[in-house]
Structures are given as structure tokens and as C-alpha cells.
Write a protein that binds this ligand. Structure first.
Ligand code: S3P
Length: 423
């Protein structure tokens, strides 16, 4: 395969969720360009409409208008968060400062994902929970008057961090949090600062937020999602010639840990034309094929590339030597048991992959991969193996490619477009 051309990726998923939430908390009209319109983004829009916000339909290429009412309204019905963990956990934080009950649920994958990691600290702040199905959904939250919180997170997670910051916003109280290792994505902190909240990174790892700001209507352009761009970067690296430019991608340092790993693996993706949008750095990614070698990805790097591990693992299966991803146990509670499924699927296509404790070991080979992939509806698994399927001679059958719509509408067409152009 050859790559060629200039391509754009859909809007950033994390930023889209956050601007939908913030726009719903503002009193008045906000306008969002470049937003993601995928299934996950629609889940956020759907539940926020149930909570009183007016949000125009999410259609690709259209500016979205959000009319917020300042506060959320008691919902008449269950809030179905679909497949989206970010919607669920961030919304729980927002609801914690509202004095009414709301019940959240989701699809089969989401219902089994852990929620105690947010309900526990939210309970410490004063929110109450009932009807909890074990650690997961459905659950009912009853918010109210909140207390300040100082909390050490058991895992590095932007969803926990953002949930607690949003509880601080709707409850009007101070929140300080510390993550165990590495820095997870900081989009919420950046947005809060833009709205006048005091958010300080202290030297000893604490993030301290004081409710000094106000969420007011805003106009914003969402950058392309680096996690979606990563799949196209991967396809370009595995290609046999050419160069690909992916334009307008978010290059927030807490999101592009995968580029540093790729550099160690012998690839040299470049960032061109950097700029900034509403406190978020944006640029073009330039990438050409490379022969890859193995590396070790340390525990401290994981929060900065958590969603890129499926793609990096697939690339590791084409690299010389054995790549080790350290301390990736958190992957067990993603949209699937991503750790077990990645290893099983890599083996299913003839690669050597093994889970040892919480580490993932992947050995590379240059034999054409061939076999059947079981995704369990996990979008990132489907896309990672679709990228592996672009290798010359590959014969890979993926049981569900439609799940890519969770984060990357028109993924298949986009992947085909970067290869077809110079055939
Ligand atoms: C996200 C945080 C990450 C990531 C998810 C989006 C966010 O989850 O995997 O796709 O937008 O905050 P964790 O914070 O649970 O690691």
C-alpha cells in the first residue's frame, strides 16, 4: 500500500463531550464548529437534552448550537448514556451539584464498567447514590449541597478528575485531586481556566480548583481527534511509500504520548503548522512509512496514550523485537476487556502476544497477518485491526466494523481514501 494526500479526522471526542456539557451549563447560546458527531457524542447530546438543554442535531460539517439554561432540569426518564463512559462519569459530576434524582444507564458494555471510582469521592462531597447494580450501571444519583474535596485518585483517569472538577463547578466548592502516575488529559482544566476558574498544578502533583469563574456562552472550534488520527498515522507507517498529512489535529501534550513511543520505534511523525484554539494546541501531522523496532512503554507514559494502546500493539506486531506495555491493567475496564482481547486477537492473526500480570508483551514479525477478529463492539479494537489489515498479503476478517462509529464516523472510507488516491 502507498499513502498520499491530505486528510482530516473527525472532531476530538473528549473535547466534544466537554463542550456539550459546559454549553448546557451556560445560560444562553453557544456555537461549536468541528464537533464530533459520532454515537458517543450523540449520547451526550441526548442526555443533556433530557436535562433541559436545547442542542441542534449533530450533523457532520454543521455548527452545533447549544442553548443552556444555566442549571440542569430534573429528567422525566432514564438517562441512557449508550456506550459512553465519558458521558456517564462527567455527567455524574455535574449532577452532584443539582438537587434532584436522576437514573443513568447504558449499553451492555457500559453497564459493566466501574462507577464506584466516581461515586465514592462524589459521596464524600455529599451526593447520594442508590439502585447501584454492584459497581456498575444503572444507578441513581441524588445531588445536593456539596462539601469541598481533597482526593487522591486510585488510578490516573481524566474521567474521574473531570467528574470531580465538574462537581466542584456545580456545587460551587473547591476541589483538589492528585493522580497516582502520569498526567491524564487536561481538557477540562483548560476549559475551566478559559471560564475564569482558578486551576493550579502544584509541584507535588495536586491539581487545585477554586470556583472563581462562571460558565458563560462561548463559540469554539473543536480540533481533530489525535486518537482518531493515530489510526491513520499507523496505516501510513505500515505503508510501502508516500507521505500523509493529517491536518488540524489536536496536539495537546497530554494526548500525544503515542508520538514519543513511535519515535523510539524508529518512526518520525512530524508536527507542522502549530497554532491554538481556545487554549488547545492544534497542528498538522506528517507521516511516512518506517521500519519499526520494539520499545518499552513505561507506566508513567500510559495516561498520555491510554486510547492508543490497541494501535501501538498492532504496530508492535510488525516491529523487530518484543514491545512491552507496562501496567496497562486499566485496559481491562475500557469498552471491552481491551487487554485480554488485544492479546487474543493478535494471537488469532498469528502474532505473538501475551498478558503477564498487568503488562502486555507483543513480538513482531513480518509474516502477513491472517485470521478472524472478535471486537466485542470495541471501536478501537476494530480500527486497530483494520489498520493491520492494510499490510500487504493480510487476510483479516473483523466481526464488527460498524462499532467504529462510536468515535470515528466514516472510518473505513477515510482509511480507503488515503490508500486509493495514488493507486
Ligand atoms: C477520556 C478519558 C479516558 C479515555 C476515554 C476518554 C476523557 O478514560 O480512555 O476515551 O474524555 O476524559 P479514563 O479517564 O477512564 O482513562
Amino acid at each position: 500500500m502507498m499513502v498520499h494526500g491530505v486528510v482530516r479526522v473527525p472532531g476530538d471526542k473528549s473535547i466534544t463531550h466537554r463542550v456539550l456539557l459546559f454549553g448546557s451549563l451556560a445560560r444562553g447560546r453557544s456555537h461549536i464548529g468541528g464537533a464530533l458527531t459520532s454515537l458517543d457524542a450523540r449520547s451526550s447530546a441526548r442526555v443533556l437534552r433530557q436535562l433541559g438543554a436545547a442542542i441542534s442535531p449533530l450533523r457532520a460539517g454543521r455548527v452545533i448550537e447549544i442553548v443552556g439554561r444555566g442549571r440542569l432540569r430534573r429528567p422525566d426518564d432514564l438517562l441512557d448514556c449508550g456506550n459512553s463512559g465519558t458521558t456517564t462519569r462527567l455527567l455524574l459530576g455535574m449532577l452532584a451539584g443539582h438537587r434532584f434524582a436522576a437514573t443513568l444507564t447504558g449499553d451492555r458494555s457500559l453497564r459493566r464498567r466501574p462507577m464506584r471510582r466516581v461515586t465514592e469521592p462524589l459521596s464524600q462531597m455529599g451526593a447520594r447514590f442508590s439502585d447501584m447494580a454492584g459497581d456498575g450501571l444503572p444507578l441513581t444519583i441524588r445531588g445536593g449541597v456539596l462539601k469541598a474535596l481533597r482526593y487522591e485518585q486510585p488510578v490516573s483517569s481524566a474521567q474521574i478528575k473531570s467528574c470531580l472538577l465538574l462537581a466542584g463547578v456545580t456545587g460551587g466548592v473547591e476541589v483538589a485531586i492528585r493522580e497516582p502516575f502520569g498526567r491524564s488529559r487536561d481538557h477540562t482544566e483548560r476549559l475551566l481556566r478559559a471560564f475564569g476558574y482558578r486551576v493550579v498544578d502544584s509541584a507535588d502533583g495536586w491539581i487545585e480548583m477554586s470556583p472563581t469563574g462562571r460558565i458563560t456562552p462561548f463559540d469554539l472550534q473543536v480540533p481533530g481527534d489525535p486518537s482518531s488520527a493515530a489510526f491513520l498515522v499507523g496505516a501510513a507507517l505500515l505503508a510501502e511509500g508516500g507521505e500523509l498529512r493529517i491536518s488540524g489535529v489536536g496536539i495537546n501534550p497530554t494526548r500525544i504520548g503515542f508520538l514519543a513511543v513511535l519515535e523510539r520505534m524508529g518512526a518520525a511523525p512530524r508536527i507542522d503548522a502549530p497554532g491554538e484554539e481556545f487554549g488547545e494546541p492544534v497542528g498538522d501531522l506528517l507521516v511516512a512509512p518506517a521500519s519499526l523496532r520494539a520499545t518499552t512503554v513505561g507506566a508513567g507514559e500510559i495516561p498520555g496514550l491510554i486510547d492508543e494502546i490497541p494501535l501501538l500493539a498492532v504496530l508492535a506486531s510488525r516491529a523487530a523485537g518484543t514491545t512491552v506495555f507496562k501496567d496497562v491493567g486499566e485496559l481491562r475496564v475500557k469498552e471491552s476487556d481491551r487487554l485480554g482481547l488485544m492479546a487474543a486477537n493478535l494471537r488469532a492473526v498469528g502474532a505473538l502476544a501475551e498478558v503477564q500480570g498487568d503488562d502486555l508483551h507483543v513480538s513482531g514479525s513480518d509474516r502477513p497477518p491472517s485470521g478472524r477478529i472478535r471486537t466485542e463492539g470495541d471501536h478501537r479494537l476494530a480500527m486497530a485491526f483494520a489498520v493491520l489489515g492494510t499490510v500487504r498479503g493480510a487476510r483479516i476478517a473483523i466481526d464488527d466494523m460498524r462499532c467504529a462509529d462510536v468515535s470515528f464516523p466514516r472510518f473505513r472510507e477515510t482509511l480507503a481514501s488515503i490508500r486509493a488516491r495514488d493507486r
